[in-house]
Design a protein around this ligand. Sequence first.
Ligand SMILES: [Fe+2]
Length: 261
Amino acid sequence: MDELIISRRSVLKFAAASLVSGAAHRLYADSNKPNENFGKEKTMEINIFAGAYENGQYTLPELPYDYDALEPLYDQETVRIHHNKHHAKYVKGLNDALSKLEQARKENDYTHIQAISNALAFNGSGHVLHTLFWHSMKPGGNGGKIPNDFKTALDESFGSSDAALKQFAAASKAVESNGWGILAYEPIAQKLLILQCEKHQNLTIWGVVPVLVCDVWEHAHYLKFQNDRAKWVDNFMQLANWDFASQRLEEAKNCAMAIRR
Ligand SMILES: [Fe+2]
């Protein structure tokens, strides 16, 4: 079942956000276009997981911008299929895995526990990463601007923000087969690090909080870029939403502090 699953409450939340920003159907403004609301989105309370889980079921959240909003760097057709086919499939797979586990408990039959557990990790991680992915980009990117606090965090963790960006792009381009480049906060050392994730769930470190993610699965780029993954990653870097990454880092730090107490 590949149909679009968008919760009613998700639509209402985004409608409310649109009313606040004055930009119908858009949470993020295009920084390359004159917009009286540009910059205000950073101060908005953005709940990125709004619409990702409703009434006991995982659901497909609405995009924070229109399907064509990332043109010409990311084409409308790929964004549409990526969202309402591929991301939706992970949502369904996650719900199906949980349903099968519930059935297994009822029947006390764990014959297929390995396959179901695998499906749970794969689809669950796919849902989380795609939800983060849509916010990891914004129309026009940040115009190349990185918030000062976040730039300082990159400097402290990687030596320089320039080195951090180069490592992130290189790691994303070099993922073996399908996977992700992930910039994440590691709560023990309390620093940022860059991971090369395979599929959606492999090669991670438990406890890290992703703050910016780049999807390098073929379905993320093949319609427009074919096998030129490097070109897609270069375009993603121009769309990167550093305001979002900065917000995620602050949330990750607060969460880590609460856990460490
Ligand atoms: Fe994807």
